[in-house]
Design a protein around this ligand. Structure first.
Ligand SMILES: *[C@@H]1O[C@H](CO)[C@@H](O)[C@H](O)[C@H]1NC(C)=O
Ligand SMILES: *[C@@H]1O[C@H](CO)[C@@H](O)[C@H](O)[C@H]1NC(C)=O
Ligand SMILES: *[C@@H]1O[C@H](CO)[C@@H](O)[C@H](O)[C@H]1NC(C)=O
Ligand SMILES: *[C@@H]1O[C@H](CO)[C@@H](O)[C@H](O)[C@H]1NC(C)=O
Ligand SMILES: *[C@@H]1O[C@H](CO)[C@@H](O)[C@H](O)[C@H]1NC(C)=O
Length: 312
């Protein structure tokens, strides 16, 4: 070995080989269980977190599961507006589940599909129990008017891809597909029309039917047109979209009453289809009865942890 190193190699090779050996020695030295290690596990040592399986009490699975809200500005504003539906949802699940709003203003199903694997991998994938997916408003903008347009066929394709990604990456998350909502005017911002929005609603419902054949009860749909308009009234050619003004601030984005109906719509699907995800059915994370907790002055960390996390 030494011979090899000191052979007819350039100075540079010699130098780097020696450097490598030195690093290897230092590394080996640091890895060997020395007296420092033994000292740190001594009872009187300065508070080190318990790491061995003997000192950590067995704990129940106390972690927070997640509800992920995927969409466009209707989701983004849902977490920004003071009365936003996403904000209200995270209030409802306080200390029970994490509600993460991932809404991207202006996005269509094409861009959202590309982002979905990364968004799903942001969090331990088996922690995501429900994905609420509301996308399609921007897909419907008139062709040629904006890079946001996605044809109906491709829109359905991307809904299918997004649900496939959710199934493959999370394995057990439920999916609540939400149709793009109506707008409260025949035309909004020059390039959203009530009639084309209606077609994207139908496209979303059809995509849901096909996804349902594969996923079964792991997927459900919330029809925003029924929620806002009701009883298929919006199918009547004389229907006046202005009657929906009470739900929208600018014809397209929810205001208080729209947020509230959306919030209630999501909850009612959860409660009827997936009662195990009903917040009323969950206990709060970490013990809440602090009046029964071991006091600090007792110095019994293990008892305090047992009280907090459960376990033996
Ligand atoms: C769609 O994109 C426009 C920008 O062109 C944006 O103003 C609007 O908020 C977006 N709508 C949704 C529902 O994301
Ligand atoms: C989630 O996955 C991790 C590994 O990725 C595993 O250790 C853990 O037990 C899983 N939890 C549940 C609740 O399936
Ligand atoms: C739909 O029709 C039923 C029965 O006529 C009525 O009770 C209900 O209020 C209607 N829903 C809406 C949203 O108009
Ligand atoms: C927020 O949630 C509360 C409690 O569920 C509900 O009473 C209220 O109507 C909700 N507000 C909105 C704007 O959704
Ligand atoms: C709680 O969940 C169980 C099963 O997951 C279900 O049978 C029960 O109806 C739920 N309770 C409520 C209040 O939703």
């Amino acid at each position: 070995m030494t011979r090899f190193l000191l052979g007819r190699h350039s100075n540079l090779v010699k130098l780097s080989s020696l450097l490598f050996l030195t690093l290897l020695l230092v590394y080996t030295f640091l890895q060997s269980p020395g007296p420092t290690k033994q000292f740190s596990s001594h009872k009187d040592s300065y508070a080190e977190p318990h790491t061995s399986s003997q000192t950590t009490p067995h704990v129940e699975d106390w972690g927070y599961d997640q509800i992920l809200l995927l969409g466009d500005s209707l989701t983004e504003f849902g977490s920004l507006d003071a009365t936003g539906w996403a904000l209200n949802l995270s209030r409802r699940y306080s200390r029970k589940m994490t509600v993460s709003a991932r809404g991207f203003s202006g996005y269509n199903s094409y861009w959202l599909n590309l982002a979905t694997p990364r968004l799903l991998n942001e969090f331990p994938t088996n922690r995501t129990k429900l994905v609420v997916l509301m996308i399609g408003t921007n897909d419907s903008v008139l062709k040629g008017r904006s890079p946001q347009h996605v044809s109906i066929d491709r829109y359905q394709h991307y809904l299918n891809e997004i649900s496939k990604n959710i199934r493959q990456i999370t394995r057990n998350a439920r999916i609540l597909m939400v149709t793009p909502p109506p707008i409260s005017s025949p035309v909004v911002f020059d390039y959203y029309t009530f009639e084309s929005m209606k077609q994207y609603r139908v496209a979303c419902l059809n995509a849901f039917e096909r996804i349902y054949e594969i996923e079964g009860d792991r997927v459900a749909v919330l029809d925003m047109w029924e929620l806002f308009g009701g009883n298929q009234t919006y199918l009547d050619p004389n229907y006046d979209p202005k009657s929906l003004d009470t739900y929208f601030s600018d014809g397209l984005h929810f205001k208080g009453k729209g947020h509230e109906l959306m919030y209630k719509g999501v909850l009612s699907v959860i409660e009827t289809k997936w009662p195990e995800l009903n917040a009323d059915n969950m206990s709060v994370r970490l013990a809440s009865n602090f009046l029964n907790a071991p006091a600090e002055e007792l110095g019994d960390d293990e008892a305090a942890s047992r009280w907090m996390f459960g376990g033996k």
